[in-house]
Design a protein around this ligand. Structure first.
Ligand code: CDP
Length: 220
């Protein structure tokens, strides 16, 4: 008999590593729901900025995190660089992480119908949010490769982007995400690392698909 527990794929990795695109494609291929958990932190950071607040203020940021509406995560404004910076500042506040943790676990426990499982991508999915995930992937690439991708993304969306500035920003964000006290970016001991510095998006997708197909077959 098929298992009743939702099938969870946890994907973690640093900024612009390609984990978001990979998560979306995998969810589609395997009929799983998808939650980009970075959007929850981005929505929190954005709400604080909109209210004229300071993202480093714990009380204001925690209040904003509790009010985040999952239905509003498609807002294009959430993709901006200033919002990304604010997101990584609010993400270091324990009360913010606590407020968002249960929302993420609820999504994993009860993925929106008709999905019988979910792909969650972020920084701490395999380590904190879903430590029992069936498949854990850590998607990474060199800071230079990630900065090039992010600069191209920005230019494609019509924004001005200077590679050196994007690289500097990327390194600062990596440091903030890896060095924070709560749920820092780290590789779960049972995660498979996919380095996308030399692999293109399709190769990463095929490797990840194979791992998931194998895990699904093992459940049957
Ligand atoms: O798209 P990008 O990789 O630039 O960032 P994101 O995934 O949208 O996440 C924005 C910020 O939220 C990150 O820099 C992290 O500080 C934070 N975040 C987190 O702490 N934990 C997660 N599970 C997801 C994001």
């Amino acid at each position: 008999m098929p298992s009743e527990t939702p099938f969870i794929v946890a994907i973690d990795g640093p900024a612009a590593s390609g984990k978001g695109t990979l998560a979306r494609r995998l969810a589609e291929r395997f009929g799983l729901a998808h939650l980009d958990t970075g959007k929850l932190y981005r929505a929190t950071g954005c709400a604080v900025l909109d209210a004229g607040g300071d993202p480093a203020d714990p009380a204001g940021a925690a209040g904003a995190a509790r009010r985040v509406d999952l239905a509003g995560l498609g807002d294009a404004r959430l993709r901006g660089e200033a919002v990304g910076r604010a997101a990584s500042v609010v993400a270091a506040i324990p009360a913010v992480r606590e407020a968002l943790l249960e929302r993420q676990r609820a999504f994993a426990r009860h993925p929106p119908q008709p999905a019988t499982g979910a792909v969650l991508d972020g920084r701490d999915i395999g380590t904190v949010v879903c430590p029992d995930a069936a498949v854990k992937l850590f998607v990474t690439a060199s800071a230079e490769t990630r900065a090039e991708r992010r600069a191209k993304e920005l230019r494609d969306s019509g924004a001005a982007a200077i590679y050196e500035a994007v690289l500097q920003d990327m390194k600062e964000r990596d440091a903030r995400d890896s060095e924070r006290r709560v749920a820092p970016l780290s590789v779960a001991p049972d995660a498979v690392t996919l380095d996308t510095t030399l692999l293109d998006a399709d190769q990463v997708f095929e490797q990840a698909s194979e791992l998931i197909a194998r895990a699904l077959a093992a459940r049957r």
